[in-house]
Structure formats: structure tokens, C-alpha cells
Write a protein that binds this ligand. Structure first.
Ligand code: SAM
Length: 346
């Protein structure tokens, strides 16, 4: 197996069956071998810098019904909320003073936030903080809508593809959501000029090693600027509430593979990873990730953006999250930097 990791390190690509056998053979020994290489390549490109993004979860209303997600429209137990434009701007103001130079606006697909409203918010953020990047993560929209957000100043867009296998996709989503549509969105975003992020959950229900290998092939070919991955974690009020979580071990292994396949990619060590392992985010960085996304949302709404159960950091103010992250990163020899944190080129 080590020879496949060597090959990936040198060529930055593998065949699907090669990825599948690596994933099937993921164990602590092979992981350590991989992480040494993925860390090294990350150090060559990004040194020991950690890029931070201020995450603003501005609405948990969603018109979609993804089977895994705690804010799906059928979840009658979700307490719904929306932030006002003023509240969003106040999160940015707080974030800016804490050294954030990227704001990620994430939310469910909420029809209240029309294109006009999104554009107005993006324009105001960019006017007040021209040195900052704005990332949107608000789901599937028409090409025209994506173009309008881009023209208003949005720089980046995160839209996880969730799984690159159409049959697996159909087992995670209701029939009106298709992989074909997701992919169309990702290609539109790329075409418009966004820095684009895709990604998937590790250990999502019904996922096989072949599915994960297919995700790697898609990433290798699409060459996104960012890849967001984290373990699947059940949320009790969803149809998958009784399913098993993904594991930290396999999530870390996938982070290592992604770093070797795309050396320059912006790769977050996610909150979900920190939820299933108390040192998950540190381990993610040591597996090759280079981004963390502390929460800037007001504490009053934190517990309501409950995609999955037991989510961490729901009670801390933004400043505490920022400081906690800095301490965690320093403890493993890395430094949180004050910059937009754009993708570098090889
Ligand atoms: N609505 C936007 C979208 O669809 O891209 C952004 C919000 S959506 C809740 C953000 C991501 O949360 C999804 O892409 C999904 O991968 C992740 N997510 C949802 N439910 C999850 C769960 N139970 N466990 C882990 N991740 C989950």
C-alpha cells in the first residue's frame, strides 16, 4: 500500500481501484505514513500558517429535505431563525476586529433571502471590508443568481457535492435533488470565476470504499480550490438519526489523500471532526489540512444551527472561539494568520 501513497505523492493522481484499495487498507500505520507526506507537502506550500474563516450561520430555514441534515424542512423540532442584515454586519465587525479576513455566509436554502437581499448583504460587507473575501455557502441556485452574487463581490462558493456516485446521492436525498444538478452548479460556479469548494461527508449512510474512491476521482478531475470534508454525524430528528457516525480515523486519512492529490487545495479541519474527537481539528491539521472555521454567529442562535447532534462550540463567544483556536494551533506548532488566505499556486 505504501507504494500507492508514494505514487500519489509523485503524480498527484491515482486510478479509482487504487484509491479504493488504499481506503480499504486504512489503518494507523498506513495513516502515519500518509500524514508524514501530506504534512510535508502542506509545509512546502503553506508553511505552518493556518488560515481562519469566520463562519456566519445566518439562517436555518431550508426548503430542502436532505435525509441526513438536522435543518431539513421536515424537522419540526428545529427552532428556526434568521439573522437580519444588521446582525450579519455586526458579526463581520466583531470578526474583523478579531483578525478574520474571510467571512463565510452559510445557511439553509431559505427563500426569504432573495437574490436582491443576498446581493445587498455581500455589497455592504465588501464596501465596509474591501480587504476581506466573502464566501457564500447557500446551496443550489440558477446560474443567473450565482452571477449576480459574483457581480456583487462574492469571491468564493462552497457547495459540497456530498457524493460523486448518483445512486448513493439518491439514497441521501429526496428525488427532487440530483447529483446532475449539483454538478451543474459546481461547473457554473467555476465558469463564472468563483474560487469553488466541493466536498463530502465521510461515513455517510450506505457509503462504500468505492464511493469514496469515486469522490477522489471527481476531486482529482474537477480540481476545486477548496474541499470541505467531515464525518457524518447523526441528528436524532432525521431519518438517519439512528445511523453510525463516520470515524475520525477515516476522515483524517481522506484529508491526507486529498492533500497529496491537490497539493495547493484549501482544506479545512472541520467542526464535525472536532465533534467526534476532542482533538480532531488539531489532528486534521497534522494530516494536511490548513484552514479552520471558527464560528462568528451570535451565541443566541448557535444551538439552533444543529446539522448534527452534540455539535461543539455552541456556547462560546466569537472571541473565545478565536482564542481557543489560536491556543490549539500553537499547541501543535502552527500559527493562525491575519489574511484573506487565498489558494496558492504550485
Ligand atoms: N445549504 C447549503 C448547502 O446545501 O450547501 C449549506 C448548508 S449545509 C447544512 C452544509 C453541509 O453540512 C452540507 O453540505 C453537509 O455535508 C453538512 N451536513 C449536513 N448534515 C450533516 C450531518 N448530519 N453530519 C455531518 N455533516 C452534515
Amino acid at each position: 500500500m505504501k507504494n500507492l501513497i508514494d505514487k500519489l505523492e509523485k503524480q498527484h493522481c491515482l486510478q479509482k481501484d487504487e484509491y479504493a484499495s488504499l481506503i480499504r487498507n486504512c489503518d494507523p500505520g498506513l495513516s502515519e505514513y500518509l500524514f508524514e507526506k501530506s504534512r510535508n507537502i502542506r509545509h512546502e506550500i503553506y508553511g505552518h500558517d493556518i488560515y481562519i474563516r469566520g463562519l456566519i450561520e445566518f439562517t436555518n430555514y431550508c426548503k430542502n429535505d436532505c435525509l441526513y441534515c438536522g435543518i431539513r424542512r421536515s424537522n419540526k423540532n428545529a427552532q428556526r431563525y434568521r439573522l437580519t442584515k444588521e446582525e450579519i454586519l455586526s458579526c463581520c465587525e466583531n470578526g474583523y476586529s478579531l483578525g478574520f479576513r474571510t467571512f463565510v455566509l452559510q445557511g439553509g436554502e431559505d427563500p426569504f433571502f432573495t437574490d436582491d437581499r443576498i446581493c445587498e448583504i455581500v455589497e455592504e460587507i465588501k464596501k465596509k471590508y474591501p480587504d476581506c473575501a466573502v464566501t457564500l455557502s447557500i446551496g443550489e441556485k440558477s446560474r443567473e443568481s450565482y452571477q449576480r452574487y459574483f457581480d456583487s463581490g462574492a469571491d468564493r462558493y462552497l457547495l459540497r457535492h456530498e457524493t460523486a456516485d448518483p445512486v448513493h446521492y439518491s439514497r441521501l436525498h429526496p428525488p427532487e435533488l440530483t447529483l446532475e444538478k449539483r454538478m451543474r452548479c459546481l461547473y457554473d460556479l467555476r465558469d463564472i470565476g468563483y474560487q469553488v469548494g466541493c466536498g463530502f461527508m465521510v461515513g455517510s449512510p450506505f457509503q462504500t470504499e468505492e464511493n469514496l474512491a469515486e469522490d477522489m476521482i471527481f476531486i482529482q478531475q474537477f480540481r476545486p480550490d477548496m474541499v470541505g470534508i467531515g464525518p457524518f454525524i447523526p441528528q436524532k430528528d432525521t431519518p438517519f438519526g439512528e445511523m453510525e457516525s463516520g470515524t475520525a480515523g477515516l476522515t483524517l486519512f481522506m484529508l491526507g489523500l486529498i492533500r497529496l492529490a491537490l497539493p495547493c487545495v484549501l482544506l479545512p479541519s472541520t467542526t464535525a471532526l472536532g465533534t467526534i474527537d476532542p482533538r480532531g481539528r488539531e489532528k486534521g491539521i497534522l494530516a494536511g489540512a490548513n484552514v479552520v472555521m471558527p464560528n462568528l454567529s451570535p451565541v443566541s442562535v448557535r444551538k439552533k444551527y444543529l446539522l448534527y447532534d452534540n455539535k461543539i462550540c455552541t456556547g462560546d463567544e466569537a472571541a473565545e472561539c478565536r482564542n481557543c483556536m489560536q491556543t490549539r494551533m500553537r499547541s501543535i506548532g502552527y500559527d493562525v494568520t491575519v489574511c484573506r488566505g487565498d489558494r496558492k499556486n504550485f
